[in-house]
Design a protein around this ligand. Sequence first.
Ligand code: EPU
Length: 419
Amino acid sequence: MEKIRIQGGHDFRLKGDVRISGSKNAALPALAAALLTGEPVTLRNIPLVKDVFSMLKLMRELGLESALQGTDLTLKVPRILSEEASYNLVKLMRASFLVLGPLLARFGKAIVAQPGGCAIGLRPVDLHIAGLQRLGANITLEHGYIKAEADRLQGADIRFEKKTVGGTEHLVMAATLARGETVLRNCAQEPEISNLCELLVKMGAKIEGIGEETIRVVGVDQLGGADHEIIPDRIETGTFLVAGALTRGDIRLTGTEPAHVPTTIDKLRYSGATIDVDGTDIRVQGSDEIRPQDVTTSPYPGFPTDMQAQFMALMTQAAGMSIITETIFDRRFQHVNELLRLGAVIEVIGDKAVVHGRTPLSGAEVTATDLRASASLILAGLIASGETIVNDVEHIDRGYERIEEKLRGLGARIERIRD
Ligand code: EPU
């Protein structure tokens, strides 16, 4: 088992430049989109993270041929070897469920394991399924597998009951090859969805309303290859911005997209950090006095649920009380107990975490159950006095590329160790 060991301290400050990788959550649906065509799709700026490799493994079983050169990935699915995505791989990563719609749209059939439990809360796929049914798919659940069939999907007018990132991506992909027009209403508006839509347009899809709440797709008979750049990771960006503010450091993030992190930047500025944007660079300078901030997670452009745990680590050092409300997932406070082990004072009341700052943190051994919780603990470890060990490093590797190397480049005393 691998662990991360950090030697932290209250006076430690991060300094220097760090390059932001491509977005995990944009790359995963873009990989699934390659199933929609037999021609090559090249994706650039792919993050080399575990979830991407899990998705490639699953897609290889379906018939994917792929070649990775640096961060450029070429994908081709000339024919299908199997239309079944097994539970072994789907259970590793929920985003793999997104292969269902593309397989169904192109080959008329798909069998994909129903995703099971998740560390951050209930994560049903009912809106994906209801949408595919509205597009004419015949869907049954047998022995834990969702079986979908359709001669050809048929355009429909569909309103999402609630905003769903994966649901929006799934139905846009399926609709590209449906007969006629599909109108999707109350769509999620995350930049990763727009990045996917832009890829689909390059592949020949007809999509209007990219980035808006209503997306219109006119189905085509087939899609072709494309060459496409994955957007920078806005959650990795936010994580390093918080790291700079928390350590009262001075760091510059390069190769990012400042327009994709509006609320994180606002909240950090209100909390006292100085943030300067210059093209694709963002410089953050932390302040000695961190002001408490209330945050409520909500769909984009609101404050991202994927930044909630990291922001909570920052608020443990604010001068006063802040209330963090999680509205997207129902069990996404698993980092709280671990932050308490480091000396934080936090109470959870329903969907709210009340953080009482400022408390000095002292290093300890901690364990995280999901990706963003691990990031929060690593950040806290940077300013906790003495040694912090973060167990179960596989969570962090799912979504951050070489996080310990990047932090070491900024001066952190952090390393990966084995038991
Ligand atoms: N929901 C339903 N039914 C559905 C789909 C979603 O009730 O059929 C609910 C979910 O349970 C949740 C809410 O709708 O309460 C929003 O879920 P959404 O579908 O938007 O999330 P997702 O597509 O499963 C993506 C990211 C998550 C991120 C969320 C919210 C990817 C691969 N994953 O998940 O990222 O937290 O959007 O922004 O894009 C992460 O990177 O750490 C991560 C968890």
